[in-house]
Write a protein that binds this ligand. Structure first.
Ligand SMILES: [Zn+2]
Length: 132
């Protein structure tokens, strides 16, 4: 299986990071995201910001793209703003990665060119621990 570097994932996300006004209410592409799945495939997504509380992160779009292909395991993931900065996942995206597959606690979150952390470092006290 070919190895995908963090830089390659960053570049794929960066290419999607072009803000586009879709209507007066909705804008997309302020954040692009790319992930490497358990099967070694790359999935990408862009964010969507609209009115009435409509907001979806780029990571969510990449994850949903992966889910439609029947995969749940994420090896690594990156998000890039449209000024080409690395973005750590928000709390909701951290939770989403955990909830779709517990193995994703070992997902590498790419935070910069030189720094990655595992999801479990970003989610140290999970609410589910009370019931599991
Ligand atoms: Zn998010």
């Amino acid at each position: 299986m070919a190895t995908i570097s963090n830089r390659e994932l960053f570049e794929k996300a960066k290419r999607l990071s072009k803000a586009k006004q879709l209507s007066w209410e909705a804008k997309s592409g302020e954040v692009g995201s790319a992930l490497l799945s358990g099967k070694g495939l790359i999935y990408t997504g862009v964010n969507l910001n609209g009115a009435c509380g409509l907001q979806f992160c780029g990571e969510v779009a990449a994850i949903l793209s992966m889910l439609k292909n029947g995969e749940t395991k994420i090896r690594k993931i990156v998000a890039v703003s449209n000024d080409y900065k690395y973005m750590p996942p928000c709390g909701r995206c951290r939770e989403l990665m955990f909830e779709i597959d517990r193995k994703n606690l070992n997902t590498e979150i790419i935070l910069s060119e030189k720094k990655t952390v595992k999801l479990k470092e970003l989610l140290p006290y999970r609410w589910q621990d009370l019931w599991e």
